[in-house]
Write a protein that binds this ligand. Structure first.
Ligand code: MG
Length: 270
């Protein structure tokens, strides 16, 4: 062999050795390792179009698109202007009723700062018409902590104060699990609420203590599996826009089929 070929031959031999070892490892794994399969049969998750940023997911119900509050009782009292609805004349509640849900909305407290404490940009998101996620101008505006913006009113303060300045648009993304009741009216399962304000977790799976009230401790009173969603009028000109809601937010339920392994859906079976 010509001496100049030696490095090439050595490289070839080393590469072959590495390849053989690698193949034998794969073979060994195939022979001795067994993949874990749960034996649970899962339905294929529904395919939806999440949309881009500031777009509505394909399976959402639009409650306010910037033009009409037709989805709401009392909406005719509010003022619609420049794609936003300003509170006026009374609270509004959805014609359709909802239970467990994911709710998205945007709000802006008045640009012009007036009043203080609970009197600044006060509104509220009333899940099922009775569990309030507070809306308030809490930018450099102190009030009782379990009544500030993103509090579950009189039940818990938010984890952090993630408020933007007065007049600036803010987002709420709320994940809500409705409470359940026994026939005698007692609570079977509590309600739970998670809230992201401007993308920040401000409530994390908080266990609701009952309906929120200004004058009484929180308490549950039996209600339907679905109820209207309300937005509060509290005398302040708070604006809302881009409101949508998604139902069917339950965790998937698998079916135990006696050890049958889960197979991915084939294109033919979809
Ligand atoms: Mg309020």
């Amino acid at each position: 062999m010509h001496s100049s070929n030696r490095p090439l031959v050595q490289l070839f031999l080393v590469s072959t050795l590495v390849l053989l070892l690698s193949c034998s490892g794969t073979l060994t794994a195939a022979l001795f390792w067994k993949e874990y399969k749960s034996g649970i049969y899962w339905q294929e998750p529904t395919i939806i179009d999440p949309g881009g940023s500031n777009q509505v997911p394909s399976d959402a119900i639009v409650l306010f698109d910037g033009k009409s509050l037709d989805a709401w009782n009392g909406g005719e009292k509010w003022i619609i202007e420049d794609g936003a609805a300003t509170t006026a004349g009374g609270s509004i509640n959805t014609k359709q009723k909802f239970g467990d849900c994911q709710l998205h909305l945007e709000f802006a407290t008045p640009f012009e700062v007036k009043g203080n404490g609970q009197g600044r940009g006060n509104s509220g998101v009333y899940l099922m018409g009775r569990y309030e996620v507070q809306v308030l101008d809490s930018h450099e505006n102190t009030t009782y902590y379990d009544g500030q913006c993103a509090a579950i009113y009189k039940q818990t303060p938010p984890i952090v104060n993630a408020c933007r300045k007065p007049g600036e648009w803010q987002t709420y993304d709320i994940i809500f699990t409705a409470p359940g009741f026994n026939d005698d009216g007692s609570v079977k399962t509590s309600g739970y609420v998670t809230v992201l304000q401007n993308g920040i977790v401000v409530q994390n799976h908080f266990e609701l203590q009952g309906g929120t009230s200004y004058v009484a401790p929180a308490s549950y009173a039996k209600h339907g599996e679905k109820e209207s969603l309300s937005l509060q009028f509290h005398g302040n000109k708070t604006r809302f826009r881009n409101i949508w809601i998604r139902e069917n937010v339950h965790a998937p339920k698998g079916e135990q089929l006696g050890g049958r392994p889960q197979e991915p859906a084939t294109p033919e079976s979809v």
